[in-house]
Design a protein around this ligand. Structure first.
Ligand SMILES: [Zn+2]
Length: 353
Protein backbone atom coordinates (compact mmCIF):
# COMPACT_ATOMS: atom_id res chain seq x y z
CA UNK A 1 0.00 0.00 0.00
CA UNK A 2 2.78 2.39 0.96
CA UNK A 3 4.60 1.52 -2.28
CA UNK A 4 1.46 2.09 -4.34
CA UNK A 5 0.91 5.45 -2.65
CA UNK A 6 4.43 6.70 -3.33
CA UNK A 7 4.14 5.49 -6.95
CA UNK A 8 0.90 7.45 -7.29
CA UNK A 9 2.60 10.50 -5.78
CA UNK A 10 5.46 10.33 -8.33
CA UNK A 11 2.92 9.97 -11.13
CA UNK A 12 1.09 13.06 -9.85
CA UNK A 13 4.35 14.99 -9.73
CA UNK A 14 5.18 14.08 -13.33
CA UNK A 15 1.69 15.10 -14.37
CA UNK A 16 1.97 18.43 -12.51
CA UNK A 17 5.32 19.28 -14.17
CA UNK A 18 4.24 18.32 -17.65
CA UNK A 19 0.96 20.21 -17.33
CA UNK A 20 2.88 23.38 -16.41
CA UNK A 21 5.02 23.00 -19.53
CA UNK A 22 1.92 22.54 -21.67
CA UNK A 23 0.35 25.67 -20.16
CA UNK A 24 3.45 27.71 -20.92
CA UNK A 25 3.48 26.55 -24.52
CA UNK A 26 -0.17 27.40 -24.84
CA UNK A 27 0.42 30.87 -23.49
CA UNK A 28 3.24 31.37 -25.96
CA UNK A 29 1.14 30.23 -28.87
CA UNK A 30 -1.73 32.50 -27.89
CA UNK A 31 -1.88 35.90 -29.55
CA UNK A 32 -1.12 38.78 -27.13
CA UNK A 33 -4.17 40.27 -25.48
CA UNK A 34 -3.61 43.79 -26.78
CA UNK A 35 -1.00 46.03 -28.36
CA UNK A 36 -0.23 48.62 -25.73
CA UNK A 37 1.14 52.04 -26.55
CA UNK A 38 0.25 55.62 -25.78
CA UNK A 39 0.48 58.54 -28.16
CA UNK A 40 2.54 61.28 -26.48
CA UNK A 41 0.47 64.31 -25.53
CA UNK A 42 2.50 66.65 -27.77
CA UNK A 43 1.55 64.59 -30.82
CA UNK A 44 -2.16 64.71 -30.04
CA UNK A 45 -2.59 68.43 -30.32
CA UNK A 46 -1.59 70.39 -33.45
CA UNK A 47 -1.15 73.71 -31.64
CA UNK A 48 1.15 72.26 -28.94
CA UNK A 49 3.09 70.45 -31.67
CA UNK A 50 3.54 73.60 -33.77
CA UNK A 51 4.64 75.62 -30.72
CA UNK A 52 7.16 72.98 -29.72
CA UNK A 53 8.57 72.84 -33.24
CA UNK A 54 9.02 76.61 -33.23
CA UNK A 55 10.90 76.43 -29.93
CA UNK A 56 13.13 73.57 -31.03
CA UNK A 57 13.77 75.19 -34.39
CA UNK A 58 15.57 78.07 -32.64
CA UNK A 59 18.45 75.72 -31.87
CA UNK A 60 18.07 73.08 -34.58
CA UNK A 61 17.98 75.47 -37.51
CA UNK A 62 21.23 75.19 -39.43
CA UNK A 63 22.16 71.87 -37.76
CA UNK A 64 22.64 68.75 -39.87
CA UNK A 65 21.76 65.29 -38.61
CA UNK A 66 22.89 62.13 -40.38
CA UNK A 67 20.45 59.25 -39.78
CA UNK A 68 21.57 55.68 -40.38
CA UNK A 69 18.76 53.08 -40.46
CA UNK A 70 20.62 49.85 -39.60
CA UNK A 71 20.73 46.81 -41.96
CA UNK A 72 18.60 46.54 -45.13
CA UNK A 73 18.93 45.10 -48.65
CA UNK A 74 20.73 41.75 -48.47
CA UNK A 75 21.05 42.18 -44.71
CA UNK A 76 17.61 41.11 -43.61
CA UNK A 77 18.64 38.37 -41.20
CA UNK A 78 17.25 39.96 -38.03
CA UNK A 79 13.58 39.09 -37.78
CA UNK A 80 11.14 38.24 -35.03
CA UNK A 81 10.58 34.51 -34.59
CA UNK A 82 7.19 34.56 -36.27
CA UNK A 83 8.66 36.58 -39.18
CA UNK A 84 6.21 39.41 -38.53
CA UNK A 85 8.85 42.08 -37.92
CA UNK A 86 12.12 42.53 -39.79
CA UNK A 87 14.61 44.80 -38.07
CA UNK A 88 15.75 46.39 -41.35
CA UNK A 89 12.20 47.59 -42.06
CA UNK A 90 11.35 49.02 -38.65
CA UNK A 91 14.73 50.78 -38.43
CA UNK A 92 13.84 52.52 -41.69
CA UNK A 93 10.31 53.48 -40.66
CA UNK A 94 11.53 54.94 -37.36
CA UNK A 95 14.33 56.80 -39.20
CA UNK A 96 11.90 58.31 -41.71
CA UNK A 97 9.71 59.58 -38.87
CA UNK A 98 12.76 61.01 -37.12
CA UNK A 99 13.68 62.78 -40.36
CA UNK A 100 10.18 64.23 -40.60
CA UNK A 101 10.34 65.64 -37.03
CA UNK A 102 13.83 67.07 -37.49
CA UNK A 103 12.88 68.72 -40.76
CA UNK A 104 9.76 70.21 -39.13
CA UNK A 105 12.16 71.87 -36.65
CA UNK A 106 14.26 73.21 -39.56
CA UNK A 107 17.22 70.83 -39.21
CA UNK A 108 18.87 69.40 -42.34
CA UNK A 109 18.73 65.61 -42.57
CA UNK A 110 20.95 63.25 -44.55
CA UNK A 111 20.31 59.51 -44.56
CA UNK A 112 22.49 56.49 -45.31
CA UNK A 113 19.45 54.87 -46.96
CA UNK A 114 15.84 55.80 -47.60
CA UNK A 115 14.75 52.41 -48.94
CA UNK A 116 15.59 48.72 -48.63
CA UNK A 117 19.17 48.77 -49.95
CA UNK A 118 22.45 47.14 -48.94
CA UNK A 119 25.10 49.44 -47.45
CA UNK A 120 28.29 48.21 -45.79
CA UNK A 121 29.24 49.45 -42.34
CA UNK A 122 32.36 51.15 -43.79
CA UNK A 123 30.22 52.98 -46.34
CA UNK A 124 27.80 54.20 -43.67
CA UNK A 125 30.68 55.77 -41.75
CA UNK A 126 32.27 57.18 -44.90
CA UNK A 127 29.00 58.79 -46.01
CA UNK A 128 28.55 60.28 -42.54
CA UNK A 129 32.13 61.63 -42.41
CA UNK A 130 31.84 63.12 -45.92
CA UNK A 131 28.52 64.76 -44.97
CA UNK A 132 30.23 66.75 -42.18
CA UNK A 133 26.92 66.59 -40.33
CA UNK A 134 26.75 67.65 -36.67
CA UNK A 135 25.45 64.29 -35.47
CA UNK A 136 25.29 60.66 -36.58
CA UNK A 137 22.38 58.59 -35.23
CA UNK A 138 22.32 54.90 -36.09
CA UNK A 139 18.94 53.29 -35.48
CA UNK A 140 18.51 49.64 -34.57
CA UNK A 141 16.32 47.18 -32.70
CA UNK A 142 17.69 44.50 -30.47
CA UNK A 143 17.38 40.72 -30.11
CA UNK A 144 18.40 38.08 -27.61
CA UNK A 145 20.67 35.24 -28.62
CA UNK A 146 18.75 32.74 -26.47
CA UNK A 147 16.15 30.99 -28.61
CA UNK A 148 13.73 30.50 -25.70
CA UNK A 149 13.93 34.09 -24.40
CA UNK A 150 10.88 36.00 -25.58
CA UNK A 151 10.76 38.10 -22.39
CA UNK A 152 13.79 40.43 -22.43
CA UNK A 153 13.01 43.95 -23.56
CA UNK A 154 14.59 47.34 -22.90
CA UNK A 155 15.91 50.48 -24.59
CA UNK A 156 19.61 51.23 -24.78
CA UNK A 157 21.77 53.91 -26.38
CA UNK A 158 25.45 53.29 -27.15
CA UNK A 159 28.35 55.74 -27.29
CA UNK A 160 31.91 54.97 -28.32
CA UNK A 161 34.72 53.97 -25.90
CA UNK A 162 34.65 54.65 -22.17
CA UNK A 163 35.79 57.36 -19.80
CA UNK A 164 39.57 57.37 -19.57
CA UNK A 165 40.08 56.13 -23.16
CA UNK A 166 41.39 58.75 -25.60
CA UNK A 167 38.57 58.10 -28.11
CA UNK A 168 35.87 58.68 -25.46
CA UNK A 169 33.98 61.90 -26.20
CA UNK A 170 31.78 63.10 -23.32
CA UNK A 171 29.67 65.00 -25.86
CA UNK A 172 28.57 61.66 -27.39
CA UNK A 173 27.75 60.33 -23.93
CA UNK A 174 25.62 63.42 -23.23
CA UNK A 175 23.77 62.98 -26.52
CA UNK A 176 23.20 59.30 -25.67
CA UNK A 177 21.74 60.28 -22.27
CA UNK A 178 19.26 62.74 -23.78
CA UNK A 179 18.10 60.30 -26.48
CA UNK A 180 17.91 57.40 -24.02
CA UNK A 181 15.78 59.33 -21.53
CA UNK A 182 13.22 60.63 -23.99
CA UNK A 183 13.05 57.51 -26.15
CA UNK A 184 12.47 55.09 -23.29
CA UNK A 185 9.89 57.49 -21.82
CA UNK A 186 8.01 57.86 -25.11
CA UNK A 187 8.01 54.08 -25.66
CA UNK A 188 7.09 53.39 -22.01
CA UNK A 189 10.11 51.10 -21.83
CA UNK A 190 12.66 50.64 -19.13
CA UNK A 191 16.28 51.62 -19.75
CA UNK A 192 18.82 48.94 -20.46
CA UNK A 193 20.34 46.68 -17.89
CA UNK A 194 24.08 46.96 -17.42
CA UNK A 195 23.97 50.67 -16.64
CA UNK A 196 21.74 52.74 -14.41
CA UNK A 197 20.59 55.22 -17.05
CA UNK A 198 20.43 52.87 -20.04
CA UNK A 199 23.35 54.42 -21.92
CA UNK A 200 26.17 52.03 -22.62
CA UNK A 201 29.71 52.13 -23.89
CA UNK A 202 30.21 50.05 -27.04
CA UNK A 203 33.27 48.61 -25.26
CA UNK A 204 30.77 46.52 -23.31
CA UNK A 205 30.11 44.55 -26.48
CA UNK A 206 33.57 44.67 -28.08
CA UNK A 207 36.15 45.58 -25.41
CA UNK A 208 38.73 48.21 -26.50
CA UNK A 209 37.30 48.23 -30.05
CA UNK A 210 33.64 49.11 -29.81
CA UNK A 211 31.11 49.04 -32.63
CA UNK A 212 32.63 49.59 -36.11
CA UNK A 213 29.99 52.11 -37.15
CA UNK A 214 30.73 54.27 -34.08
CA UNK A 215 34.51 53.78 -34.17
CA UNK A 216 34.85 54.66 -37.85
CA UNK A 217 32.51 57.64 -37.76
CA UNK A 218 34.44 60.80 -36.98
CA UNK A 219 31.43 63.08 -36.46
CA UNK A 220 29.70 62.73 -33.04
CA UNK A 221 27.84 59.45 -33.14
CA UNK A 222 25.52 57.23 -31.11
CA UNK A 223 23.70 53.99 -31.83
CA UNK A 224 20.18 53.43 -30.52
CA UNK A 225 18.75 49.98 -29.81
CA UNK A 226 15.12 51.06 -29.44
CA UNK A 227 13.79 47.76 -28.07
CA UNK A 228 13.73 43.98 -28.57
CA UNK A 229 11.87 42.56 -31.57
CA UNK A 230 12.38 39.10 -29.98
CA UNK A 231 10.04 40.10 -27.14
CA UNK A 232 6.60 38.52 -27.47
CA UNK A 233 4.61 41.70 -26.85
CA UNK A 234 7.11 44.23 -28.20
CA UNK A 235 7.14 42.72 -31.68
CA UNK A 236 3.40 43.39 -31.91
CA UNK A 237 3.89 47.10 -31.10
CA UNK A 238 6.87 47.36 -33.46
CA UNK A 239 4.71 46.23 -36.37
CA UNK A 240 2.37 49.20 -35.81
CA UNK A 241 3.29 52.27 -37.86
CA UNK A 242 1.87 54.62 -35.22
CA UNK A 243 4.21 53.12 -32.64
CA UNK A 244 7.26 53.52 -34.92
CA UNK A 245 6.29 57.19 -35.13
CA UNK A 246 6.40 57.38 -31.32
CA UNK A 247 9.90 55.90 -31.40
CA UNK A 248 11.00 58.55 -33.90
CA UNK A 249 9.42 61.20 -31.68
CA UNK A 250 11.34 60.00 -28.59
CA UNK A 251 14.68 60.17 -30.41
CA UNK A 252 13.81 63.58 -31.84
CA UNK A 253 12.93 64.97 -28.39
CA UNK A 254 16.23 63.80 -26.97
CA UNK A 255 18.20 65.59 -29.70
CA UNK A 256 16.06 68.73 -29.57
CA UNK A 257 16.20 69.06 -25.77
CA UNK A 258 19.97 68.69 -25.72
CA UNK A 259 20.37 71.55 -28.21
CA UNK A 260 17.88 73.61 -26.21
CA UNK A 261 20.08 73.34 -23.10
CA UNK A 262 22.73 75.32 -24.99
CA UNK A 263 25.95 73.78 -26.23
CA UNK A 264 29.13 75.59 -25.20
CA UNK A 265 31.43 76.68 -28.01
CA UNK A 266 34.96 77.92 -28.17
CA UNK A 267 37.06 79.50 -30.88
CA UNK A 268 40.81 79.75 -31.29
CA UNK A 269 41.90 83.39 -31.32
CA UNK A 270 44.32 83.26 -34.24
CA UNK A 271 45.84 86.74 -33.88
CA UNK A 272 46.62 86.23 -30.18
CA UNK A 273 47.98 82.65 -30.42
CA UNK A 274 51.57 81.74 -31.33
CA UNK A 275 52.73 78.49 -32.89
CA UNK A 276 56.45 78.55 -32.16
CA UNK A 277 58.70 75.94 -30.52
CA UNK A 278 59.80 78.31 -27.81
CA UNK A 279 56.38 79.61 -27.23
CA UNK A 280 53.30 77.67 -28.13
CA UNK A 281 50.47 79.75 -26.79
CA UNK A 282 46.88 79.07 -27.67
CA UNK A 283 43.97 81.29 -26.65
CA UNK A 284 40.31 80.39 -26.98
CA UNK A 285 37.23 82.52 -26.65
CA UNK A 286 34.40 80.69 -24.91
CA UNK A 287 30.81 81.28 -25.89
CA UNK A 288 28.18 79.98 -23.53
CA UNK A 289 25.18 81.49 -21.81
CA UNK A 290 25.25 79.29 -18.73
CA UNK A 291 29.01 79.58 -18.00
CA UNK A 292 31.62 76.87 -18.08
CA UNK A 293 32.10 74.24 -15.41
CA UNK A 294 35.80 74.79 -14.73
CA UNK A 295 36.29 71.28 -13.36
CA UNK A 296 35.21 69.76 -16.67
CA UNK A 297 37.97 71.34 -18.77
CA UNK A 298 40.62 68.96 -20.06
CA UNK A 299 43.28 69.83 -22.61
CA UNK A 300 45.18 66.97 -24.28
CA UNK A 301 48.36 67.58 -26.26
CA UNK A 302 49.67 64.52 -28.10
CA UNK A 303 47.19 62.43 -26.10
CA UNK A 304 48.49 63.60 -22.70
CA UNK A 305 46.72 65.99 -20.37
CA UNK A 306 48.53 69.35 -20.23
CA UNK A 307 48.05 72.43 -18.04
CA UNK A 308 45.61 75.15 -18.99
CA UNK A 309 44.28 78.35 -17.51
CA UNK A 310 40.69 79.46 -17.52
CA UNK A 311 39.61 83.00 -16.86
CA UNK A 312 35.92 82.93 -16.03
CA UNK A 313 35.44 86.73 -16.15
CA UNK A 314 36.92 87.06 -19.61
CA UNK A 315 35.70 83.61 -20.69
CA UNK A 316 39.16 82.89 -21.97
CA UNK A 317 40.99 79.55 -22.07
CA UNK A 318 44.77 79.54 -22.53
CA UNK A 319 47.32 76.79 -23.08
CA UNK A 320 50.99 77.81 -22.87
CA UNK A 321 53.81 75.34 -23.60
CA UNK A 322 57.53 75.65 -24.17
CA UNK A 323 59.98 73.42 -26.05
CA UNK A 324 57.42 71.64 -28.19
CA UNK A 325 59.22 69.67 -30.96
CA UNK A 326 58.78 70.72 -34.60
CA UNK A 327 56.12 68.96 -36.63
CA UNK A 328 52.48 67.97 -36.34
CA UNK A 329 50.79 67.58 -32.96
CA UNK A 330 47.32 66.51 -31.76
CA UNK A 331 45.25 68.88 -29.70
CA UNK A 332 42.03 67.82 -28.01
CA UNK A 333 39.87 69.93 -25.71
CA UNK A 334 36.92 68.83 -23.61
CA UNK A 335 34.63 71.14 -21.63
CA UNK A 336 31.08 71.33 -20.33
CA UNK A 337 28.83 74.16 -19.21
CA UNK A 338 27.19 74.28 -15.81
CA UNK A 339 24.15 72.41 -17.20
CA UNK A 340 26.45 69.45 -17.83
CA UNK A 341 26.31 69.84 -21.62
CA UNK A 342 29.64 69.22 -23.33
CA UNK A 343 31.02 71.18 -26.25
CA UNK A 344 31.24 69.43 -29.61
CA UNK A 345 34.37 67.25 -29.80
CA UNK A 346 37.40 69.36 -30.61
CA UNK A 347 40.29 67.49 -32.20
CA UNK A 348 42.76 69.29 -34.44
CA UNK A 349 46.32 69.19 -35.69
CA UNK A 350 48.74 71.87 -34.59
CA UNK A 351 51.86 72.41 -36.76
CA UNK A 352 54.99 73.82 -35.13
CA UNK A 353 57.65 75.23 -37.47
ZN1 LIG B 1 20.71 45.98 -35.73
Amino acid sequence: MKKTLSFLFILLLIYACSSTTTDQNEVELMPPAAVYYEIPIELKDDITYAELMRTYSENLKGRTVFIDPGHGGKDRYNASRNGKVNEADINLVVSLYLREFLQSADAVVIMSRTNDTTISLQNRSKMANDSKADLFISIHHNSTSKANDNWTNYTSTFYHANDGHYEYEPFEHTLAKYIQRDLSYAMRNSGGLGSFDGTQSDFRIYPSEGLAVLRETSIPSVLVECSFFTNRLEKERLSVDQFNRIEGWGIFLGIAKMFNEGIPEFQLIGEKSEFRRKNLSLYFNIIDESRIDEQSIKVYFDRKIVKHKYNDEEELLSVIMNGVPKGEHDLKIVMANKNGIYAFPYNRKIVIN
